[in-house]
Design a protein around this ligand. Sequence first.
Ligand code: NAI
Ligand code: A1CAB
Length: 273
Amino acid sequence: MPSVPSILLAGCGKMGGALLDGWLASPTPPRLVVLDRHRTGSDDDVRIVRTPSEIPADFQPDIIVLAVKPGAADDTIAALGAALGPRLARTAILSVMAGRTCASLSEAAKKAGADIPVLRGMPNTPSAIGAGISGFYAPPAATEEQKTVCHDLLFAVGDVVTLDNEKDLSAVTAISGSGPAYVFLLAELLEKAGITEGLSPKIARRLARGTIYGAGRMLDDMPENADELRKAVTSPKGTTAAALEILMAPDAWPRTVEKAVDAATKRADELAN
Ligand SMILES: NC(=O)C1=CN([C@@H]2O[C@H](COP(=O)(O)OP(=O)(O)OC[C@H]3O[C@@H](n4cnc5c(N)ncnc54)[C@H](O)[C@@H]3O)[C@@H](O)[C@H]2O)C=CC1
Ligand SMILES: O=C(O)[C@@H]1CCC=N1
């Protein structure tokens, strides 16, 4: 494989688009062709096509990053097989889709005429600004080179946790794949609560966002555990204690977060095939 890999990004919506933004901002972006039926335009860094038949005839992808919805994967792989012909057999797939297993996607590739490995990543949208975190799983069928290139594609947009068991990707999806949405919800709710308490929407928004940003940076920068950082904010009989008494009641956040993550993990399992 060349030192700058050639990547076909199939699906450039919210997640594919976040990866694309992160790659283009990274010091050594891959050679890229983007396939998305709803995206148009082209620039110096990336060729964008709407159908597989428009993929340049001399473009041999080292890796196809599959970022369509799980239900669209089989059709997309079939269409790629028809357009790429023997080139499909000289590539590997990195799926960033929730649920879909390596085995089910390898089967789809076989139907499209290529017996190729499928690796899986589960990134998240902060990848767009280089602040993503991804789970990564490579099956035994993948070559060391394919593992390295796929790992590095994810590492170019943030941190990467390599997994020994594919099954763990469902929990990863529930924690970090979906996780930014939970934090954005907290931002929305804090902002609304601030407005309810009489702050202007502008000030409530600034306070909510600034707080989540600052707390996130502390989690990243400081050695203390999250509970220690929490306790450092909580004066006995003070304001934080009054709020946490409500949030930390067993049926409040502890149970709610556990139930939410369990629901997301189960949904990822349901999307498997
Ligand atoms: N949105 C997120 O935060 C995350 C999403 N994912 C996974 O990423 C995948 C994509 O999710 P989103 O980006 O949110 O969805 P999306 O709907 O924003 O993007 C999907 C894109 O695929 C394109 N597409 C669909 N079928 C196509 C075809 N046959 N040929 C060409 N383009 C086609 C659509 O035009 C669309 O732009 C899903 O499988 C999801 O599980 C993974 C981690 C996080
Ligand atoms: O909601 C979903 O299914 C996708 C996977 C992780 C984040 N978004």
